[in-house]
Design a protein around this ligand. Structure first.
Ligand code: FAD
Length: 471
């Protein structure tokens, strides 16, 4: 059967586009975090929608499962196939065209294998801005962004990737193609099927193209980095800045002093902006697409008033591109610094913004009780309630010893998040990593609904089985 199956795939995509093993297949069977050891019967690289449809028909005939893969930068193992005989990786990177930019509709139609950065460059060349801001932009691809409903650094203003979507083209498990590349802003003619596929992590269909809504590029921009006494101050300041700027806060990142210390220890171009450390920091970017110069002065005035009230301890405002980049670097250097600092145990959680201070105050002593000298390296998108509640190992503990606490620490954090009605998969998705936790923490009625949707669209359980929900 194996040889026959491979021959049928070759007939669809050609011999060069079916990679069986060796060096050519290796990059597609590598999971960058090292948490999974992917394996698959073959990597298949179709050129277009028609070939994808035919690959799915072949997979159905031989009852082989299909793991969609775009840029392979996901963090939860969603594109890491795990069956050397019964699964193939369907890689989308050859579908990499921008099909159309419709200036008056302010949309672009882009294929799933286009990198986010290439899509952004095409939007920019046409005078627009595609506001999905991920550090992985040169490697991740639109199909992956859609399938994970990626978040990132500007969700507080522009929303998640889902909020860009005005139409999709999807190949279903049985090979049929659903063409909904409409670009409509209003369409109440049934259930919202676009929304069903966005965030489905390859388990309901193969997204092959999308119509994405574009924004106008910002003309006024400024970035502030504020030193704060506590998390309450961050929550108060972000809502005040939103109100004072007319909802034009486009980035809002909370940073603990531990996280800033790691960034400044490990990244040569990160320098602490203040002489004295503070317990917490808030990085805020304000931007607007209208011309003028009022936004920066509003930002500065609001921060000065906040300082007079002792809401903030100190602040620095960057107005030039290089100053803004320098301040953002203090935030974007944290994840690589954390990797360099030894094992860390990560949590991608969200709560209502107002609940974050109570959550952190409650959790930190419990973590220290569980693992003395643990380094909670907390940072994240406080403006939309999403924290990377990451725990770095104690300086004197080995990585292996720290890892032995992983399950217990996950349970400690996740149970508290669930008790406060938050999410344990805020922006990175469920993948293979959190399938069991989702079952443990979601209500049975919700799990039943997830399974019913999966069974309706993929009754043979051939699309990314074992990801998001098991049926
Ligand atoms: P992949 O990893 O290839 O796939 C991800 C999932 O989508 C898998 O389940 C896969 O099966 C499915 N899939 C892929 N393509 C398709 C398709 N065409 N149809 C159906 N299913 C498909 N994520 C954030 O949300 N916010 C961040 O700020 C962020 N920052 C990051 C920074 C770095 C440095 C890195 C390495 C990653 C970061 N990520 C972030 C995670 C990752 O980049 C995003 O999840 C991204 O959207 C994944 O895109 P991808 O093309 O790499 O998808």
């Amino acid at each position: 059967m194996a040889a026959e199956f491979i021959a049928a795939l070759v007939e669809v995509v050609g011999p060069e586009q079916v990679l069986i093993d060796g060096e050519q297949a290796a990059p597609y069977l590598t999971e960058w975090r090292g948490a999974f050891r992917p394996q698959a019967a073959a990597i298949v690289r179709p050129a277009d929608v028609n070939e994808i449809s035919r690959v799915l028909v072949v997979a159905a005939r031989y009852n082989v499962a299909v793991v969609p893969q775009a840029g392979n930068t996901g963090t939860v193992g969603g594109s890491a196939a795990d069956d050397a005989k019964g699964e193939i990786v369907l890689n989308l990177e050859r579908l990499n065209r921008v099909r159309e930019i419709d200036a008056h509709n302010a949309t672009m139609t882009v294929e799933a294998g286009c990198t986010l950065a290439d899509a952004q460059r095409a939007a920019e060349a046409a005078g627009f801005y595609l506001p999905i801001q991920l550090a992985s932009r040169e490697r991740c691809r639109i199909g992956g962004n859609l399938a994970t409903n990626a978040g990132g650094l500007n969700v507080v203003y522009y929303g998640n990737t889902r909020d860009r979507v005005l139409g999709l083209e999807v190949v279903l498990a049985d090979g049929r193609v659903w063409d909904n590349l409409t670009g409509l802003r209003k369409d109440n003619s049934g259930y919202d099927l676009n929304d069903l596929f966005v965030g489905s992590e390859g388990t309901l269909g193969i997204i092959t193209a999308a119509v994405l809504e574009l924004a106008d590029p910002p003309q006024q921009r400024a970035v502030a980095f504020c030193a704060l006494p506590d998390v309450e101050a961050a929550v108060t300041l972000q809502s005040r800045l939103r109100r004072e700027t007319g909802q034009h806060v486009v980035g809002c990142e909370l940073i603990s002093d531990q996280a800033l210390a790691l960034a400044c220890d490990y990244a040569s171009d990160c320098v602490r902006p203040f002489a004295e450390p503070s317990p917490w920091y808030l990085l805020v970017e304000v931007a607007i697409s209208a011309a003028g110069d009022w936004l920066t002065s509003t930002l500065k005035r609001t921060l000065d008033e906040a300082r007079q009230e002792s809401l903030i301890i100190d602040r620095v405002v960057g107005e030039s591109a290089s100053d803004m980049d320098r301040l953002w670097k203090l935030r974007t250097s944290i994840p690589p610094a954390q990797t360099a600092a030894g094992a860390s145990i990560k949590h991608d959680i969200s709560l209502p913004v107002s609940s974050l201070p109570a959550f952190i105050a409650d959790m930190v002593p419990r973590l220290h009780a569980a693992v003395p000298a643990i380094r909670p390296c907390i940072f994240g998108h406080v403006g939309d309630g999403n924290l990377h509640f990451n725990l770095t190992r104690p300086v004197t503990m080995s990585d292996a010893d720290f890892r032995s606490h992983e399950a217990a620490l996950h349970r400690l954090v996740h149970d508290r998040v669930a008790a406060m009605r938050g999410s344990i998969a805020a922006e990175h998705g469920v993948g293979r990593l959190k399938v069991d936790e989702i079952v443990r923490l979601k209500s049975p009625v919700e799990i039943d609904m997830l399974r019913a949707v999966k069974a309706a669209l993929d009754p043979g359980n051939r699309l990314n089985p074992g990801v998001v929900v098991r049926i």
